[in-house]
Design a protein around this ligand. Sequence first.
Ligand SMILES: Cc1cc2nc3c(=O)[nH]c(=O)nc-3n(C[C@H](O)[C@H](O)[C@H](O)COP(=O)(O)O)c2cc1C
Length: 217
Amino acid sequence: MTELGDVVRGRRSTRMFLRDKAVPRELLDEAVSLAMRAPSNSNIQPWRIFITSGPRRDRLVEALLEEASVELPVTTGLPEAFLPLRRDLGALVYGSMGIRRHDAEARRMAQLRNWEFFRAPVGAVVCMHRDLGPVDSLGVGMFLQTLVLALTERGLGTCVQVSIAAYPETLREQLDIPDELTVLCGLAIGYPDPTFPGNYLAVPRNPVENNVVFLDS
Ligand SMILES: Cc1cc2nc3c(=O)[nH]c(=O)nc-3n(C[C@H](O)[C@H](O)[C@H](O)COP(=O)(O)O)c2cc1C
């Protein structure tokens, strides 16, 4: 059995997949079954996920790229305190692709790959009932992290993608997502392209004391 610590440390966001290496359905089924064990408030299991591959995934990607090619969505604002971390991440990700800070066109092309699930053969859209609130989105997050770790354990790469949620109407139309669900994010699933340097980034984390407070006296 794999050690949990190894899986947690081994997971990283994959931003280029092997387009033609199919993901066995059995692995998806196993990972989804494990993720269903995630805890949730009152056990309401608020996650709803639409997992697409094959021609349906291709039609979705075509529609998303058509929209994003016209104009990229505006990036969600962040409070000032968090901006340096976003900048550092951008420098790391784009730097690994050899893209300079002011090369707007190269950045745009790289960003566009979000809407083709970074070429992953499987794309998922994560949703929650529109009348549920922040506490229940924690439940969805617990499901999603369990799913991602279970996929990692099976040798698959993943990338959680808020960018996918920028076009909810297209997602609804292409994947028959009912109106009562809010789209939260996407998830790209597939085998990482071993030749892509951006798949090997060790994105740093804060020192523990920045985020965690122990109080014992
Ligand atoms: C809710 C959420 C949304 C994210 N959205 C995107 C996204 O739209 N595009 C992207 O390239 N990465 C996205 N990421 C990946 C983060 O950038 C990544 O998890 C973070 O930089 C840490 O890197 P690591 O996953 O490699 O450890 C998202 C991650 C989460 C949890």
